[in-house]
Design a binder for this molecule. Structure first.
Ligand code: ADP
Ligand code: MG
Length: 619
C-alpha cells in the first residue's frame, strides 16, 4: 500500500484551529481586546457593526508592531509572549498560544494597521482566508487597528449558525464587560452601528463597575480585601438583599483573567449562608491573585476554566474573607428577611389584600350592550389564536381570580358602577345585527361609543391581557398547568439550557413542569394552560433570546421581561379573524386590566375617534 498520510496545508489547519478559537463574533472581540491589553494600551475602542457579523474593529494605542511582526503575527504559533515551555508558568499576558490572529484570518477578511513608537511610518496589511493580499507602508498613529470583516464568509454553515443580532451583541457586550472590568485603569469605548454603547473612562474598579452596571450599583457593593501568602483577594460582593434569582452579576477573575468556577462560586454562596434564601444567588466581582506557577490555565482553549494547585485552601480563604466582609460592614443586623425582591414588580400582588378590586375586574361587565347579560364569560373564545386549545387560554384568564371576585364583593355597588360606565361610555344599540362591535382588516375591533368610536388593536389588546395575567402568575405562583400525555422533549445548546435553568422557577410559576432540564435536553411534562403544545418550541426559543438580550440597567425586572415576551409570543396576531364572542371577550378582558390603554411594549392599545372631530372633517 502506498503512503496515504500527508500534512494539512496551513490554511486548512488554521481553519480547523479557528473552529476552536472562534465560535462567534464575541470570540473575536475577546481575542482582539486581550491583544490590545497585552500591547499595554491605555485607550481601547471597539467598533462593531451588525453585532459583529459585518465588522469588528479594535483600535488601540499600544506598542504596535513592526512591518515584519505584523506579517508574522498571523502565522500559527506566532507569539511574542512566551519563548519556552517554562514561560507558561509565569504568564502575565492574556495570550500565549499565538493562535488567535491566524485563526481569525483563516475565516474572515482582516485588515491591520500598526505603528510602533520608534518607527516613522506604519504598516498596512490585508489578509483574506489566510492569504496575504497586500502589505504597504501607511501613515497611522502609534498603536494597532485591526478590522475583521465578514466573519465566517468562507464557512457558510458557521455563518448560518449565528444567532440573531441581539443575541450575538449580548455575547459581545459580555466579553467587553469582562475585559473592561479586569482593567479599570484602561479607557474603553464601544460603538455599535454608529451609536456609543459604552464610554468607560479610566478609573478604579468600583467606578468601573458603576459605569457598567449603573449608578444604583454603588450602594449595593461591599468591599472585600484579603492578602495571604498564597492568595490575594480584592473586589466586591453585592449586599445579600440584592441577591438575585438569576446569576447575572457573578464575576471571578484570576490574575486578571475572567474565569468560571462552580467550585469557587460555591465558596462564595456558602459565605452568604443564612443571609440569603436558598433559591437566590449572590452577586460578586472578585479578583484573585495567585502565583502563576500554582495554576494551569491551559486546560481549555478559550481559557475560562482554570486549575488551582491548592483548591481547598483557596475555597476556605475565599469563604472566610467574604464572611468577614459581610460581618464587618454590618450587613447581618440590617437584613430584612421579610423583603422579597421577587415581588418588586409593577404589580405587587404578594401583599394585596382582596379589597374592592372587583370593580375593575368585573368579568360579566360588557360595556357594549345595554343590559349586563348573565352569560358565563369563561365559555367564550373557543377559537382564535394559535389554533386548537385557545379556549383554554381564555378560561385560564379567570382562574385564580374567581376567589377574589367572590369574596367581599358587594354586588349592588358593583352593578351600580358598571351600569354607570356602561351608560356613560357606549352606544346602547350599536349595530342592527345586535352585535356590539365589528372587526376590520382582521386587525382592529371597532366599537361605537356615545362620544364616537373606539378602535382597538386586537394584538396589542391581547398582549396587555396576557401580560397582566402572566405577571401575576409569575409573582404569586398561580399559573395553571395542563399535563401532557407524553413529555415534550426538546434540544437546545448548553448555554440555552443554562438560560432556561436560570428562569426555571419563573417558568414553573406560569405552569411549565420540567421533568428534566440539563445538558442539552429539556423534557416538559406540563405546560401553562394558556398555551398549546405546538407553540412551546417557539416560545422557549423566544424566551431564551429575550433573557440573553436583557441589557443591564434595564429597569424592568426579569419577571416583567418574561411576562412581556410570553405575552407577545402568545397573543392573537393581526390577521386573525374574530367572531362576535371573541371580540367581546377581548373588550371585556381589556377593560378589566389595570392599564388597558397601553400594550406591555408601550404601544397604544386603542384610540377613540370623537364624533366632534369627525364632524369637523365634513365642514
Ligand atoms: P497571542 O496573543 O497568543 O500571542 P495572537 O495570535 O493573538 O497570539 O497574536 C500574535 C502576536 O501578535 C502577539 O503575540 C503580539 O506580538 C502581536 N499582536 C497581536 N495583536 C497586537 C496588538 N493589538 N498590538 C501589538 N501587538 C499585537
Ligand atoms: Mg492574543
Amino acid at each position: 500500500m502506498t503512503d496515504i498520510i500527508q500534512l494539512l496545508p496551513d490554511h486548512v489547519a488554521n481553519q480547523i484551529a479557528a473552529g476552536e478559537v472562534v465560535q462567534r463574533p464575541a470570540s473575536v472581540v475577546k481575542e482582539l481586546l486581550e491583544n490590545a491589553i497585552d500591547a499595554k494600551s491605555d485607550t481601547i475602542t471597539l467598533v462593531v457593526k451588525d453585532a459583529g457579523k459585518t465588522l469588528i474593529q479594535v483600535i488601540d494605542n499600544g506598542m504596535g508592531m513592526s512591518h515584519t511582526d505584523a506579517r508574522l503575527s498571523f502565522e500559527r504559533h506566532a507569539t511574542s509572549k512566551i519563548k519556552s515551555a517554562e514561560d507558561l508558568f509565569s504568564l502575565h499576558t492574556k495570550g500565549f498560544r499565538g493562535e488567535a490572529l491566524a485563526s481569525i484570518a483563516a475565516i474572515a477578511h482582516v485588515e491591520l494597521k500598526s505603528k510602533t513608537n520608534d518607527s516613522e511610518i506604519g504598516t498596512h496589511l490585508t489578509i483574506e482566508g489566510s492569504e496575504v493580499k497586500s502589505q504597504d507602508p501607511v501613515v497611522t498613529p502609534v498603536g494597532t487597528t485591526i478590522s475583521v470583516k465578514n466573519l465566517f464568509y468562507n464557512i457558510p454553515a458557521r455563518r448560518n449558525f449565528l444567532k440573531s443580532d441581539a443575541v450575538e451583541l449580548r455575547h459581545i457586550i459580555d466579553e467587553f464587560h469582562r475585559v473592561a472590568m479586569a482593567h479599570p485603569d484602561v479607557e474603553f469605548n464601544m460603538i455599535h452601528n454608529g451609536n456609543d454603547v459604552f464610554k468607560l473612562p479610566a478609573s478604579n474598579l468600583k467606578q468601573r463597575i458603576v459605569h457598567i452596571f449603573g449608578r444604583k450599583t454603588e450602594e449595593k457593593l461591599v468591599p472585600v480585601s484579603e492578602e495571604t501568602e498564597i492568595l490575594k483577594i480584592e473586589g466586591f460582593v453585592l449586599k445579600p438583599e440584592f441577591a438575585k434569582k438569576s446569576r447575572g452579576e457573578q464575576f471571578f477573575f484570576v490574575n486578571n483573567r475572567f474565569i468560571r468556577s462552580s467550585y469557587l462560586n460555591h465558596a462564595v454562596s456558602s459565605a452568604f449562608e443564612g443571609l440569603i434564601k436558598n433559591d437566590v444567588h449572590p452577586g460578586y466581582f472578585l479578583f484573585l491573585e495567585v502565583d502563576p506557577k500554582t495554576i494551569d490555565i491551559n486546560i481549555h482553549p478559550t481559557k475560562t476554566e482554570i486549575k488551582f494547585e491548592d483548591e481547598h485552601a483557596i475555597y476556605a480563604m475565599l469563604r472566610s474573607t467574604i464572611k468577614h466582609s459581610l460581618g464587618q460592614f454590618n450587613i447581618a443586623p440590617v437584613l430584612d428577611f421579610t423583603h422579597n425582591q421577587e415581588f418588586d414588580t409593577p404589580y405587587n400582588y404578594s401583599k394585596k389584600i382582596p379589597q374592592m378590586p372587583t370593580i375593575e375586574v368585573d368579568r360579566n361587565f360588557n360595556p357594549f350592550v345595554e343590559k349586563n347579560p348573565s352569560r358565563n364569560p369563561a365559555s367564550g373564545f373557543k377559537s382564535g389564536y394559535a389554533g386548537k386549545g385557545a379556549g383554554a387560554a381564555w378560561e385560564s384568564l379567570y382562574i385564580g381570580l374567581k376567589d377574589e371576585d367572590q369574596s367581599e364583593v358587594k354586588l349592588e355597588s358593583m352593578e351600580f358602577e358598571t351600569e354607570e360606565v356602561n351608560a356613560e361610555l357606549f352606544e346602547k344599540q350599536p349595530f342592527e345585527s345586535g352585535q356590539s362591535s365589528i372587526q376590520i382588516q382582521n386587525k382592529y375591533i371597532l366599537a361605537p361609543m356615545k362620544s364616537g368610536v373606539m378602535v382597538i388593536h386586537q394584538n396589542y389588546a391581547h398582549q396587555r391581557i396576557l401580560y397582566e395575567e402572566l405577571l401575576k402568575n409569575i409573582t404569586v405562583k398561580e399559573g395553571i398547568s395542563q399535563q401532557l400525555l407524553f413529555p415534550l422533549i426538546l434540544n437546545f445548546s448548553k448555554p440555552d439550557i443554562a438560560v432556561l435553568i436560570k428562569v426555571r422557577e419563573q417558568l414553573e410559576n406560569t405552569g411549565f413542569i420540567f421533568s428534566d432540564l440539563k445538558d442539552e435536553t429539556v423534557s416538559i411534562s406540563g405546560i401553562p394552560a394558556l398555551i398549546t403544545e405546538n407553540h412551546v418550541p417557539d416560545l422557549l426559543e423566544q424566551l431564551i433570546g429575550a433573557v440573553k438580550e436583557e441589557i443591564p440597567e434595564d429597569s424592568f425586572s426579569q419577571n416583567d421581561m418574561l411576562a412581556k415576551t410570553m405575552a407577545a409570543s402568545l397573543a392573537i396576531k393581526s390577521g386573525t379573524s374574530l367572531n362576535a364572542e371573541e371580540r367581546e371577550n377581548i373588550i371585556n378582558q381589556l377593560f378589566a386590566c389595570k392599564e388597558p390603554t397601553v400594550s406591555p411594549m408601550n404601544k397604544n392599545v386603542f384610540v377613540v375617534l370623537e364624533t366632534e372631530s369627525l364632524d369637523r372633517k365634513f365642514i
